[in-house]
Design a protein around this ligand. Structure first.
Ligand code: NAG
Ligand code: NAG
Ligand code: NAG
Ligand code: NAG
Ligand code: NAG
Ligand code: NAG
Ligand code: NAG
Ligand code: NAG
Ligand code: NAG
Length: 842
């Protein structure tokens, strides 16, 4: 709450000179506002805040030139950061939690520790307070005016290049003064800090001043103006939380944090957690230093940014719905055969596109969950075909400016929930949300089944091909229901073996029985031993000759596969029949078969191999060793989220180098801390607007696990080049898929609210063009969606300049030592110039 809106402070740039004289007044006003805000908005105790603010005032007065401080703060802030990290690292050494936030986990634990130590030594927090104060004053005045203008501000900026030149002069002058001041300050700051903050006692190093000087000297006016605006913006954000943070810092020590945490667990998220977040987040915000460093680095990256700034709009037949790997029309035309739906499979262009996908006309901010389950904006997904096609089945209707989804999908005219409950009544063992947590819905339509299963605490991976039903997956995602574009064709689905508790298919019209049951055998691969296949289709309850034939073939096939028929029942209300099969939990039945048909896969066939692997018409043996995954059912949800899976043993080495179980626990603790202390409240994200979230480089799924109590879902993507931890993610009751980020993701444009990229870009940078990856991120992300990046400072800088060149809004950024953090928001901006992709024209 307290954070309110993260206003962009472009305005600041425009009013440079008046500040100096009015600074102190502004500061007072700001502090007052701030105090009020603090008292009303957050659980932070007012008294402390007031004290802090007063202290700040004094400081400000002492330093007559308080204005400049905001830019200075970067130094100090970094200290805060470091402090945090130090804490984390300490935890890590203790063995519970440990992974430091921004570092490369795989490689760098040791490095992290070292850096942490260094960081602890370094900083003093004094400058911070000063900086914050001044920044606060600016912000307040600005923010009051500028709230809600943020959009217009950006546009103004861009269009105002003329003005900006003028401004740039003033900006420069400011900056220069800053740099001068900063030098002085660094001295004074230290002394001040020492006096105030005896507790922290850290030796501050004043490298920053030199950096700043360099920065202020930068030749390009344009960039300066941009930078200045950014810095002010950032400082604003920082300030808001910063006051809180300071109080924390004073009280300091993680013990307080822990206490707060425990409280938080008792209460509902927002209120309690907020206080913690604010406190901790302060640390993060404090990253003024970071900015300075960034701006400095920006000079270096200007070259690349100029290159990347040359964005164009994709001129492709698919228009605003372009999915590069599924709309490669040229490749599709040259396919030798489409008999197995090869034309619906991924056919990625050799070079991923670097153009941006256009917006549909009249695009609006999507309706929020849960309302979106019932209706979405027609203008966002302007496809009438599905409504025409399926309207009589009660799928989709055009209702004014909305598309509405009465009831559910094809099979549940009268309510998906009734259908869901009918399944459980006929097979109580299914125990939605208890024994069955993660399921696969094949041929999902508009994914109503998955949409309603959220109410039973079940996570549904829905998939459907991009076919004549047009944009069914797009509808699903626009509704806030997870789905991907995929087809049961010639390749394995991008999931490990034995991960889904249930596989469901409602009149999905997949020809399961043909070709030796190849497609059903693929479902058998991904189904857990003991898992259920729920099939509701006309062959089960209709007596047409075709249905009877299919039914007989399915009967023979499922028997040969040793699937046990658990139940054949009818949902009378919805008028459908449901057959439920169970996959065996031992190899007994396989061995007893008179014919080895379908055959057992050779031992060399890895059931987890799923990236571009051709389908095999065979069945993998059921694991029997008690340390092998699949030999037992996972624990019940939600215990399975946090408990260490039975098959994770100390002899295995985890991704972070510790024994796997320890690694796993540490990862969870690490993400819980990061999420509760900064992500939830400290980085400018309003989580109640979030719904579709993707962790672009998930390891153990800790990020998703830490967000469990929010009304969101997280697609955990495990890179094909990273350690294959996806089975573990499923074991926890989370879901995800394999992917190679050098290719486009099998989703529609504008389908995610938040992308989380933890050490992703440094990992793929050597393999493919970062610009193409950024273009893909832009494609996936909804306008006003957020991107969180944790990576090396070089990557952060490069990313920042690239997204800025797409006119994205920087919400927050910091860096310490070699690692950095960036939170940005996508804008509605689209380039004017077109780039025609020949292979996507048809
Ligand atoms: C967050 O979003 C919700 C829903 O849009 C809105 O009601 C709330 O006011 C927002 N909170 C803040 C702090 O902006
Ligand atoms: C800070 O430390 C100095 C000397 O180390 C001491 O004289 C002073 O009282 C301390 N101030 C506080 C607030 O602890
Ligand atoms: C100070 O400069 C040294 C050498 O340039 C560098 O190693 C160190 O990281 C810098 N410290 C800070 C806080 O920037
Ligand atoms: C400042 O700029 C000079 C020359 O551009 C460079 O040698 C020096 O390393 C820079 N200092 C910092 C701190 O970036
Ligand atoms: C947050 O700050 C408030 C007041 O500044 C303090 O009472 C509270 O203990 C702090 N919480 C944590 C977790 O540090
Ligand atoms: C966009 O593509 C179409 C089809 O190839 C082409 O006719 C048109 O000229 C292209 N537009 C631009 C601006 O290149
Ligand atoms: C889950 O299972 C446990 C133990 O069998 C039972 O007590 C609990 O009521 C179940 N919860 C739901 C939602 O079915
Ligand atoms: C710190 O972060 C909070 C939350 O994102 C933001 O409101 C505040 O303005 C930030 N403070 C500064 C100085 O950027
Ligand atoms: C980490 C960091 O940059 N700390 C800075 C805090 O401020 C002092 C004085 O300005 C700098 O010397 C430190 O480098």
């Amino acid at each position: 709450m307290a954070q309110a809106k993260y206003t962009r402070i472009d305005n600041n740039n425009k009013r440079p000179s008046s500040y100096c004289s009015t600074v102190t007044i502004v500061v007072f006003v700001a502090l007052c506002l701030f105090g009020i805000w603090m008292m009303t908005s957050s659980s932070v105790t007012p008294v402390q805040n007031v004290d802090v603010s007063q202290e700040n005032n004094n400081e400000v007065k002492e330093q007559s030139e308080a204005k400049e401080q905001p830019t200075d703060p970067s130094n100090n802030n970094s200290q805060q950061f470091e402090d945090n990290r130090g804490d984390l690292s300490e935890d890590a050494t203790k063995g519970d939690g440990s992974v430091t936030p921004a570092t490369n986990y795989d490689v760098t634990e040791k490095q992290d520790e070292k850096s942490d130590e260094k960081s602890q030594e370094k900083p003093s927090e004094d400058t911070k307070t000063e900086n914050q104060d001044s920044s606060v004053s600016e912000k307040r005045s600005d923010s009051d005016e500028s709230e809600k203008r943020s959009d217009s501000d950006e546009s103004e900026k861009k269009s105002d290049s003329d003005e900006s030149e003028k401004k740039s002069d003033s900006d420069e002058s400011e900056k220069k003064s800053d740099s001068d001041e900063s030098e002085k300050k660094s001295d004074s700051d230290e002394s001040e800090k020492k006096s105030e903050y005896n507790e922290t006692e850290k030796n501050s190093e004043s490298n920053d001043s030199s950096e700043r000087e360099n920065k202020s000297d930068s030749d390009e006016n344009e960039k300066k103006s941009d930078d200045a605006s950014e810095t002010t913006d950032k400082t604003e954000e920082k300030v808001e939380q910063s006051s809180n943070q300071e109080s924390d810092e004073n009280s300091n020590e993680k013990k307080t944090d822990d206490n707060a945490n425990s409280q938080g667990s008792n209460e509902v998220y927002p209120s309690v957690a907020q206080s913690e977040l604010l406190n901790e987040s302060t640390t993060q915000n404090g990253s003024f230093t970071t900015q300075a460093a960034e701006s400095k680095n920006e000079k270096e990256s200007q070259v690349s940014s100029k290159q990347s700034a040359n964005w164009k709009l994709c001129n492709v037949t698919a228009g605003p719905d372009y999915i590069p790997c599924l709309d490669n029309l040229k490749a599709i035309k040259s396919l030798p055969s489409t008999k197995h739906y090869e034309h619906r499979e991924r056919q990625c262009p050799k070079e991923s596109p670097t153009c941006l996908v256009p917006l549909p006309e009249g695009y609006k901010r999507p309706i929020e969950w849960p309302k979106s389950r019932e209706k979405i904006w027609y203008s966002n997904v302007p496809h009438t075909k599905l409504a025409e096609y399926k309207g009589h089945q009660n799928w989709v209707k055009v209702t004014g400016e909305y598309l509405t989804f009465p009831g559910g999908g094809t099979q549940f005219k009268h309510g998906a929930l009734h259908y869901i409950d009918t399944i459980q009544q006929s097979v109580p063992d299914i125990a939605w949300g208890n024994r069955s947590r993660v399921i696969l819905d094949v041929g999902c339509g508009v994914a109503s089944f998955g949409g309603f299963l959220f109410e039973r605490d079940v996570l549904t991976m829905s998939l459907a091909p991009k076919d004549e039903h047009e944009a069914q997956v797009q509808f699903a995602l626009e509704r806030g229901i997870p789905a991907i574009s995929a087809v049961m064709g010639t390749k394995r689905l991008p999931y490990p073996g034995r991960v889904f508790d249930v596989v469901h298919c409602a009149r999905c019209r997949v020809p399961w029985h043909i070709e030796g049951g190849k497609l059903l055998l693929e479902l058998n691969r991904v189904l857990r031993p003991g898992g259920f296949f729920v099939w509701s289709a006309t062959p089960i309850y209709q007596k047409l000759p075709e249905d009877v034939e299919i039914w007989n073939e399915m009967k023979a096939l499922t028997k040969a596969m040793c699937w046990e028929v658990v139940s054949i029942s009818k949902d009378k209300l919805n008028g459908v029949g449901i057959a439920v099969y169970k996959k065996p939990t031992s190899n007994e039945c396989y061995e007893k078969r008179s014919q080895n048909q379908p055959p057992i896969c050779p031992d060399s066939d890895d059931p987890n191999a799923a990236w571009n692997v051709p389908l095999q018409a065979c069945m993998h043996k059921v694991p029997v060793s008690s340390t092998e995954r699949g030999s037992q059912w996972p624990e019940k949800w939600p215990a399975r989220l946090t408990n260490i899976p039975y098959w994770l043993t100390n002899s295995q080495v985890g991704v972070y180098g510790k024994p796997a179980p320890e690694d796993f626990t540490a990862d969870y603790g690490h993400w819980k801390r990061i999420v509760s202390k900064s992500y939830l409240n400290g980085i400018g994200i309003n989580w109640s607007n979030m719904r579709n979230v993707m962790d672009m480089r998930s390891v153990y799924g800790g990020f998703a696990a830490a967000l469990k109590d929010l009304n969101i879902w997280v697609m955990n993507v495990v890179s094909v080049n990273s350690a294959d931890t996806l089975p573990l993610i499923y074991e926890r009751g989370l879901f995800g898929m394999y992917h190679d980020w050098c290719e486009s993701f099998s989703t529609y444009p504008r389908s995610y609210d938040l992308l989380h990229a933890d050490n992703l870009f440094s990992n793929i940078k050597n393999r493919c063009s970062l610009k193409a990856v950024v273009a893909e991120i832009d494609r996936i992300l909804r306008p006003e969606g957020k991107l969180i990046v944790r990576d090396t400072v070089e990557i952060i800088n490069e990313m920042e300049s690239m997204v800025k060149s797409m006119q994205w809004e920087v919400r927050m950024t910091y860096s310490k030592d070699k690692v950095g953090f960036l939170c940005v928001q996508k804008s509605m901006w689209r380039p004017k110039e077109l780039e025609t992709l020949e292979y996507a024209i048809g």
